[in-house]
Design a protein. Structure first.
Length: 591
């Protein structure tokens, strides 16, 4: 995985984040083109209205005919009606297009997150990913729903206003533009400051979401150790930093907009002052001066809107940089170009001179080699950090080895379809994750091929049916997040039923019975004895009494296999295994 920091990764997109965002608009080119036509029509209406009234003023002044006012009012009403209808159509098109694009971006982002390797999630806080999928994607909504089209409209409007003003009176038009260089400088300065400000705000928002995700999940530990005050202080610090970032945004915006407004007023004062003299000197008509006064206000309005839209665009780009930072991540465990799909996975596992390190430097497995035959039960024992769980992770190819090879049924697992490989492996871990839903959905995991009878059969095998059937709604009993309403033992039984319902060819148990009481464990062992027949079973356990029946026990020490054999054979070797066994026996006797 990349070792670059977030800021370094985001800087890679500083120049092309907008291009990435625009690429999502390709499927909607037709709708956007129609919207642009509507924009041009609306801009034409905006340009026409002051001319319509200005000409009416001149005609009324020279002819004094009241019918001119009536005709102008009718024409003006018709223009307003057309503007109203076109605005409705344009708004509907933009909102529909924007929401469709946001839906696509969020879907693709989540799909990409699912494709990333376990190592990425080892190093990335959950709150950061949640922020990317929710807040940052939503920040793009305004851009897709109107900013780009409004930018086009305002640019066209500014050009159109400038052209009409130059056509009516070049001298007054140039006088009107005298303050434009100052506006241009302010816009450039504002754009740079706004970009930095929005990027800082997104970073602060990510920090606070990450903090909340971690600490709300661990609230029980916080309360057990009485660290509420300290954690509140940490939250208050992050909250204050976020407040300052938002306040900085407001200050940038609050300073820039009034400056543009003051410049527009000064420009209007200059034009009215000089234009009034020209009217008195009969150099221009009152209608022309009215048109210029209206155009001056209309001319600076889109400039102000452009500033606001630049502000929103900067926010969208800041979010886009962070989104595409994740999209730029490549999964470490990649699917082969032409993966092998085996007719059936029988369960033969072979490690050949495997070296593995999570960080590519500190090896937790060193030249490990062994063969597990189909249907054989093998247990790995050893001290914490010896590499037992790493072997289980490698079998499911959640990580890839740096050296050596791992084979399933004689085929390198890097060439086997990941979907087929993982569907053939049933993992039962000590840390059980239960999803929100029902007991049935947690056992089935939305696999519709598993029938209700198979769910009940799996639950009966592991004796989970004893507590499930006592619940008010049985298998339809609602399950809260992480299964907090169930005991640790009940959650473990559900995970057993979930694994067995999927009928794996290989069973993997990582301290799977650690949270089960002795009485329940005896019932499970009986069920597992039947289920292990014909299936390759790999176990990791610290309690040696739970793995004595294994066909082969492998003793791990500092990343290497030091001893292997049956329980009795290892005791006879008088080595590491015997010392571990005697220590546990002594502990149980003295306990």
């Amino acid at each position: 995985m990349s070792t670059l920091t977030d800021d370094q990764l985001e800087s890679n997109y500083k120049g092309n984040a907008l291009l990435h965002l625009l690429s999502y608009m390709k499927p909607y080119v037709g709708w956007i083109f129609l919207s642009l036509i509507l924009v041009l029509a609306l801009t034409g209406f905006d340009l026409y209205r002051p001319i319509l009234i200005g000409d009416a003023i001149d005609l009324f002044e020279t002819q004094g005919d009241y019918n001119i006012i009536v005709d102008t009012a009718i024409k003006y009403t018709i223009v307003l009606l057309f503007s109203f209808c076109f605005n409705i159509a344009q708004t509907w098109i933009l909102q529909k297009t924007g929401q469709s694009i946001i839906h696509t971006v969020r879907k693709e982002l989540y799909a990409h997150i699912q494709s990333l390797s376990c190592r990425y999630f080892d190093l990335t806080p959950v709150g950061k990913l949640v922020t990317r999928v929710t807040n940052d994607v939503e920040a793009l909504n305004e851009m897709y729903s109107g900013i780009l089209i409004k930018l086009f409209r305002n640019i066209v409007k500014i050009i159109g206003l400038a052209a009409v003003m130059l056509f009516l009176d070049i001298r007054l038009a140039l006088i009107s533009f005298i303050l434009l260089p100052i506006v241009a400088v302010l816009t450039v300065v504002f754009r740079k400051i706004a970009r930095q400000t929005y990027r800082l705000t997104r970073t602060r928002l990510t920090d606070i979401n990450t903090f909340l995700s971690e600490n709300i999940s661990g609230m029980r530990i916080i309360q057990i150790f009485g660290r509420e005050k300290r954690k509140f202080e940490e939250f208050d610090d992050k909250n204050r930093k976020l407040y300052k970032a938002f306040f900085r945004e407001l200050m940038v915006f609050a300073i820039f907009r009034p400056l543009i407004y003051i410049l527009s007023v000064l420009s209007l004062m200059i034009v009215l002052g000089i234009g009034s003299k020209d009217v008195l000197n009969q150099m221009i008509s009152i209608g022309t001066l009215y048109i210029f006064a209206q155009y001056i206000q209309s001319f600076f309005d889109p400039i102000q809107e452009l500033a606001e839209q630049f502000s929103t665009l900067q926010s969208s780009l800041a979010s886009a940089e962070k989104i595409f930072t994740i999209m730029n991540e490549e999964p470490l465990v990649k699917e082969a170009e032409n993966p092998v799909v085996l007719p059936e996975i029988k369960g033969k596992i072979e490690f050949s001179h495997v070296w593995f390190a999570y960080d590519n430097e500190n090896y937790v497995l060193r030249d490990v080699s062994f063969v597990i035959e189909p249907g054989q039960s093998v247990a790995f024992v050893g001290a914490t950090g010896a590499g037992k769980s790493s072997i289980l992770n490698l079998i499911g190819r959640y990580y890839d080895v740096q050296k050596g090879n791992i084979y399933i049924d004689g085929v390198d697992i890097r060439n086997i379809s990941k979907k087929q490989l993982r569907s053939a492996i049933g993992q039962m871990q000590q840390d059980v994750f239960i999803f929100e839903g029902t007991i049935e959905s947690n056992i089935r995991l939305y696999n519709e091929e598993i029938t209700m009878d198979e769910i009940k059969e799996a639950a009966e095998y592991v004796n989970a049916s004893h507590f499930i059937e006592k619940l008010p709604q049985g298998y339809e009993e609602p399950v809260s997040e992480r299964g907090s309403t169930f005991s640790a033992g009940e959650r473990q039984l559900l995970s057993f039923a979930r694994t067995l319902a999927h009928k794996p060819s290989i069973l993997v148990m990582d301290e799977a019975t650690a949270n089960i009481d002795t009485e329940t464990e005896a019932l499970i062992q009986e069920a597992l004895a039947k289920l292990m027949k014909g299936r390759t079973t790999i176990m990791v356990a610290h309690r040696l009494s739970t793995i004595q029946h294994a066909d082969c026990i492998m003793v791990m020490h500092k990343g290497k296999i030091r001893e292997q054999g049956t329980h009795q054979e290892l005791l006879a070797q008088n080595g590491i295994y015997k010392k571990l066994y005697e220590l546990q026996i002594h502990h149980e006797v003295t306990a």
